[in-house]
Design a protein around this ligand. Structure first.
Ligand code: NAD
Ligand code: G6P
Ligand code: MN
Length: 447
């Protein structure tokens, strides 16, 4: 049977991840055929640089695909099957502030965790809800696959404020770690692994990992993680992928300190921010954070290469690479478009899947995905250690959404105070007041 051709809107067309997604979509056209791609962004100059290069790439490699880049919501969201959303409200300039303001008070600032993630969440909620509303207005049957961060807070906001919308929130970190697990085991692909996992976004644990024959792979991975974290054998020999930056290498190695807290499981790398926040502060340079690193490396590389392609008028010798981690997005879109019943880790309402946990929490758990969306798989009861940590973190995420909705200074102060990463309520208030001063353009007014 011939597969129906899809029409895709990429929201955040000017993202550094857009070219990698386009290359990835091009590589998957046989299993996920596309008739139209539209880029949407609210920064025309930024988007144009990426769009001009992508237009050339598409013309050269798949001329049958119609391509449009626009800042007009009606043009972007009309006649669409999927919206793939990766926006960053406030861009890197604001990410830099999210990271540097907490550091002034000796607190780690990070894109999605702790106070940095809270500030970013207060900006993202409005931006993502706006995309959902455009989609529903112009293509009511479409699905939004959202990976705009902070995914945990965005997911809670869409659950609460747009409960009937067809939006699925997803993260590539588990997929990225599973890729490393496969490498550690000497297996060809992460797709050979069958996993059980539970948690919140950037806050979870694997409880079971098997190969397709059902053999338990946990002991072998745990043995490696205990010694080396998620560093791959190649990295340990100094022959790793040069594109993995030092800060990420540190993160993958740090997992060896996070792992022993519950040696029966395997942890998500982001738990380091919650369990060893002071270590991250010590390592951080308050003058040069991850935002600076990304602007100096990924942003320069991607925009430089796109501008070069546009100038040459050809991408034949392009250095732009497929973001193959991003292929999980195609798996998800295919599951919905063609009812493949793929098993995937998604951020969904708990609804009893973790039986001893808040049914209204947005949790990251395996789901079977078909044309009518995700069906979460029961993970049962979780231990007190994880339950305690997760309850505290869910309270933070829910308080942020309530603060945004009600314009409540009080609730945002409470959110910052509840975060494990913030040492006390006074520091929480100082950070909050500094955030408010720089976020007037993006946050609702707080009373
Ligand atoms: P980026 O700044 O390069 O790109 C974001 C784009 O969004 C910019 O072009 C910006 O102009 C645009 N934008 C901002 N607000 C908008 C709005 N309201 N409407 C439309 N467009 C808007 O950022 P990046 O580093 O490429 O990351 C993009 C996003 O993807 C971030 O949220 C990042 O955290 C997220 N991300 C998530 C995952 C995941 O696994 N969940 C993985 C990678 C990146
Ligand atoms: C991981 C996370 C994402 C995050 C991305 C990029 O893949 O899952 O949520 O956005 O890393 O982080 P970076 O610091 O490189 O922008
Ligand atoms: Mn993520």
């Amino acid at each position: 049977m011939e597969l129906k051709k899809q029409s895709i809107a990429i929201a955040g067309g000017g993202s550094t991840f857009t070219p990698g997604i386009i290359m990835m979509l091009l590589e998957n056209l046989e299993i996920f055929p596309i008739r139209q791609i539209k880029f949407y962004d609210n920064d025309p100059e930024r988007q144009k640089q990426i769009a001009d290069a992508c237009e050339i790439i598409l013309k050269e490699r798949a001329p049958e695909i119609t391509f449009v880049a626009t800042t007009d919501p009606e043009t972007a969201f009309t006649d669409i099957d999927f919206v793939m959303a990766h926006i960053r409200v406030g861009k890197y300039a604001m990410r830099e502030k999210d990271e540097k303001i907490p550091l002034k008070y000796g607190v780690i600032g990070q894109e999605t965790c702790g106070p940095g993630g809270i500030a970013y969440g207060m900006r993202s909620i409005g931006g993502v809800l706006e995309l959902v509303d455009y989609m529903e207005q112009y293509s009511p049957d479409a699905w939004m696959l959202n990976y705009s961060n902070p995914a945990a807070i965005v997911a809670e906001a869409t659950r609460k404020l747009r409960p009937n919308s067809k939006i699925i929130n997803i993260c590539d970190m588990p997929v990225g770690i599973e890729h490393r697990m496969a490498e550690i085991l000497g297996m060809k692909s992460r797709k050979e692994l069958s996993i059980r996992y539970y948690g919140l976004n950037h806050f979870g644990w694997w409880t079971d990992i098997r190969d397709k024959d059902g053999n338990d792979l946990m002991p072998a991975i745990q043995k490696h993680v205990k010694e080396h974290g998620y560093l791959t054998p190649a990295e340990l020999e100094g022959k790793g992928n040069e594109e993995v930056e030092a800060s990420w290498v540190h993160t993958f190695g740090k997992a060896k300190e996070v792992y022993p807290l519950d040696p029966k499981t395997l942890p998500n790398t982001y738990l380091k921010y919650y369990l060893f926040p002071q270590d991250e502060v010590e390592k951080a340079n308050p003058e040069y954070t991850r935002a600076n690193e990304v602007m100096d490396h990924r942003e320069k590389m991607v925009f430089g290469e796109c501008n070069r392609i546009a100038q040459l008028g050809t991408a034949v010798n392009s250095e732009l690479e497929t973001d193959d981690h991003a292929s999980y997005i195609v798996d998800l879109a295919r599951a919905i478009a063609y009812n493949t019943k793929e098993r995937m880790l998604l951020i969904v309402p708990n609804n009893g899947a973790i039986s001893n946990f808040d049914p209204t929490a947005m949790v990251e758990i395996p789901c079977i995905v078909g044309s009518n969306g995700p069906e979460p798989l029961v993970q049962g009861e979780i231990p007190r250690f994880q339950k305690g940590l997760m309850e505290q973190q869910v309270a933070v995420e829910k308080l942020v959404v309530e603060a945004w909705e009600e314009g409540s200074y009080q609730k945002l102060w409470q959110a910052l105070t509840v975060s494990r990463i913030v040492p006390n309520a006074r520091v929480a208030k100082n950070i909050l007041d500094d955030f408010i001063a720089v976020n007037t353009e993006f946050w609702p007014t707080l009373n």
